[in-house]
Design a binder for this molecule. Structure first.
Ligand SMILES: [Zn+2]
Ligand SMILES: [Zn+2]
Length: 467
């Protein structure tokens, strides 16, 4: 008899479960001809009241050529960023959102009833076109406590000093291969003082960094604002909930407005890998609007050398941009883009978001290939000493002395560069060296240092001291 009661209870449970969870699936299909590449396509679907979970599955043909990026906007709208609920680009073929959880790259929270839109964006189309399908499943179940953001700590300490970190990286929240836990653990292992989270077109990671607050690693919010067509740039130092839109062209003349939003949060706008593709300039927005340029992305290579030349040409024209280096790491160690290689070392008034951004904004920063490489670079003139990002206070003539101490640079060559090119060059045979050079105070409008291996691979590169 006991057995039968057990079976009956199980049957009751199944009936109850079926009643509590109601689901329906809608299928949307379409065809995109080749000429429609890079056009935004919003696919609307209705979300009835009581829906607690949305699941979307994307499929399309000729996946070896066709690339269909994907994201979603809720009933608050798809025009601004208030309705933004996630973006996975070409990295995912399905996602879910509930009130408490979501796929990486997507934003958990209240499932607002009304019209939602899946945004699909083709960045590669075969000659025969692209046939796509979306299967959208809407589930109504019991309401759960809605997700609330856990912001990263803004300050670790208020001790002035040089802080090392990586300004550009990806996790599973966009097209990276690591979990955020793995990224944090590796940053600590590599003794980085700060990391800046820069997922493609989503702030999903930023909403949760507070989970990993610790006494020794500062995590700063950012976003890699990614337009496959017009180039990538990093918005760094954003508030937790800020999202910078990517859906515009240079001809729309809104890039300045977007960068204003970054500056409003105390952040900076940095052009990423400007020569991404075979040495052609892939960055199409007006560089005048931006604060800095990532001239060293991952392992030193020919494309970085072109970016460096472009930056130097701008400096010579009197257009000041901060130079940064970052890994743009996507995989775990073993790939050339290892976390912290290279790293940007910044002089800041403390290990705090505002202080790090302020130090970088002033150009008090150099790029080092690894954690072992360190520099001290100053200029002494008329009893005053200035460093990177600083300016000699007055015009004048006579001699100035460059002081440079390097560590971790065994068997390299140091070059002192000004606005007319190379001013001096010295071999560095030992791991640690101190060099003093005398220059004419009026011989250049700026000086900067490059340290390279014999094969020209970069070991360290500074921002300028302004004369
Ligand atoms: Zn990029
Ligand atoms: Zn990137």
């Amino acid at each position: 008899m006991k057995k039968y009661i057990g079976l009956f209870t199980l049957f009751q449970c199944l009936v109850f479960f079926a009643a509590a969870q109601d689901s329906s699936t809608v299928v949307k299909k379409g065809y995109i001809p080749t000429a429609r590449i890079f056009e935004l396509l919003y696919v609307p679907f209705d979300v009835p009241a009581g829906t607690t979970e949305i699941r979307v599955k994307e499929s399309y043909d000729q996946m070896n050529v066709n690339v269909l990026n994907m994201g979603v906007y809720d009933s608050k709208g798809d025009q601004g960023i208030t309705g933004f609920r996630g973006w996975s680009g070409g990295a995912k073929k399905e996602f879910f959102i509930t009130e408490v959880a979501a796929s990486t790259g997507y934003i958990a929270g209240k499932i607002t009833p009304g019209t939602w839109n899946v945004l699909v964006y083709p960045s590669g189309i075969a000659p025969a076109g692209l046939n796509w399908m979306l299967e959208i499943t809407l589930i109504s179940g019991r309401h759960q406590k809605t997700f609330t953001a856990r912001p990263a700590a803004r300050q670790i300490n208020a001790v002035p000093g040089w802080y090392r970190g990586d300004l550009h990286m990806h996790s599973l929240h966009s097209d990276g291969r690591r979990t955020v836990e793995e990224l944090v653990a590796e940053a600590k292992e590599k003794k980085l003082d700060y990391i800046i989270s820069t997922e493609h077109n989503t702030n999903a990671a930023n909403l949760n960094w507070g989970k990993y607050n610790s006494g020794n690693l500062l995590i700063i919010n950012g976003e890699e604002v990614t337009s496959t067509r017009y180039g990538h740039w990093n918005a760094i130092g954003l508030d937790t909930k800020t999202l910078i839109d990517w859906r515009y062209a240079p001809a729309d003349h809104v890039i300045g407005k977007q960068i204003e939003k970054v500056h409003h949060d105390g952040g900076l706008a940095i052009i990423n890998h400007p020569f991404y593709d075979k040495g052609d300039k892939t960055f199409k927005f007006d560089e005048q609007e931006f604060d800095g340029i990532e001239i060293w992305n991952g392992e030193w290579n020919a494309l970085n050398a072109i970016a460096l030349k472009w930056w130097d040409d701008l400096l010579r024209k009197g257009i000041r941009k901060i130079a940064i280096g970052a890994s743009d790491t996507h995989k775990s160690s073993g790939s050339p883009n290892n976390l912290g290689s290279p790293q940007t070392v910044i002089y800041a008034q403390g290990l705090a978001k505002d202080a790090i951004l302020e130090g970088l904004k002033r150009g008090k920063a150099y790029i080092a290939a690894t954690h072992n490489v360190a520099l001290q670079f100053t200029l002494e003139y008329a009893g005053k000493t200035v460093g990177m990002g600083e300016q000699l206070p007055e015009n004048g003539t006579g001699k100035a002395i460059v002081h440079l101490t390097v560590t971790g640079c065994k068997n390299t060559v140091m070059t002192l560069i000004g606005n007319k090119g190379t001013m001096a060059s010295r071999k560095i045979p030992a791991d640690t060296e101190t060099i003093h050079l005398t220059i004419d105070r009026d011989s250049s409008s700026y000086i900067r240092i490059e340290i390279r291996k014999e094969d020209q691979a970069m070991v360290a590169l500074t921002n300028p001291v302004w004369l």
